[in-house]
Write a protein that binds this ligand. Structure first.
Ligand code: IPD
Length: 271
């Protein structure tokens, strides 16, 4: 089995270079804006350029691996590793020049994410984790890093909870219903606009917990490992690993009350 630390080192190097492309293209003015699944689901030339850059760099370093990217889908042979890439997670923030977007890259072996990096090119902050090796936050290239341990909050009524919304209007109606049922039971809600950064914020205690329905693997693969390695429980509503249903990430003391509330609200319906 490939060494997780080595995979992480490859991912960090590639993601920093690709992040520089995203940052430079943002500074030059966003171009190639188009929509994808719905009128609110935006893609830019930078999303595509960053994905191509990461895929090309992985081909050089790990020619046999599969790469699953948000913009171009899966490519590559059946190597030992499947890389899961969101070239720009938080594309709407990127479009509006809100410095809350990230390049997210995870390495999965035998169906388990073993290494992940989430890099915010606008701030230079990056979050890394390896399976069993802990989660860390650092300013890229600074040498100093901080180990993450999640929030100490134990009371859901005092919890700051992050979430996000998909681009499908039916799903948004459902998500609004869940929000309506949760808002009176927590300290407050935040919607920052990048699922991978939300998971990293929960890992670092800037959010007490996070949930979102309908995420794709590229949204949560790397950030989910960062959160897990910071000691959070990360699961779908059924308790199984997060799939397309709902990702819930919370410290152990908050997980059950939040999860149970979300199960009730989810049962109330919606896509
Ligand atoms: C989106 C962001 C957003 C989340 C959406 C995602 P994208 O990813 O992570 O915060 O709420 O569900 O699709 O489209 O910016 O890569």
């Amino acid at each position: 089995m490939p060494d997780a630390a080595q995979l992480l080192a490859i991912a960090v190097e590639i993601v920093r270079e690709a992040g520089e492309t995203a940052r430079r293209m943002r500074a030059e003015g966003v171009s190639g804006v188009a929509t994808k699944s719905t009128d609110t689901d935006v893609v830019t030339a930078a999303d595509r350029a960053v994905e191509r850059q990461v895929v090309d760099a992985l081909r050089v370093r790990r020619p046999r691996d599969v790469v699953l990217g948000e913009e171009y889908g899966a490519s590559g042979a059946r190597g030992e590793v499947r890389w899961i890439l969101d070239p720009i997670d938080g594309t709407v923030n990127y479009l509006y020049d809100i410095p809350q977007y990230a390049v997210s890259l995870a390495a999965e072996v035998d169906g388990r994410v073993v290494a992940g990096v989430v890099h915010n090119p606008a701030t230079g902050v990056e979050w890394t984790a390896t399976l069993g090796g802990g989660a860390y936050r650092a300013v890229a290239g600074s040498g100093a890093r901080e180990r993450l341990g999640g929030s100490p909050q134990t009371d859901l009524a005092q919890a700051l909870v992050g979430t996000g919304f998909g681009y499908d209007s039916r799903r948004r109606v459902y998500q609004a219903g869940v929000l309506h049922g949760l808002l009176g039971h927590v300290r407050d809600i935040r919607r920052f606009g990048s699922a991978s950064l939300d998971l990293c914020a929960a890992a670092g205690g800037q959010l007490d917990a996070y949930y979102e329905k309908g995420l794709n693997p590229w949204d949560h693969a790397a950030g989910g490992l960062v959160a897990t390695e910071a000691g959070l429980m990360v699961a779908g509503l059924s308790g199984a690993p997060p799939g397309l249903d709902m990702v819930v990430a919370a410290p152990p003391a908050l997980f059950k009350p939040l999860h149970d509330r979300l199960v009730e609200l989810d049962a109330a319906g919606g896509p």
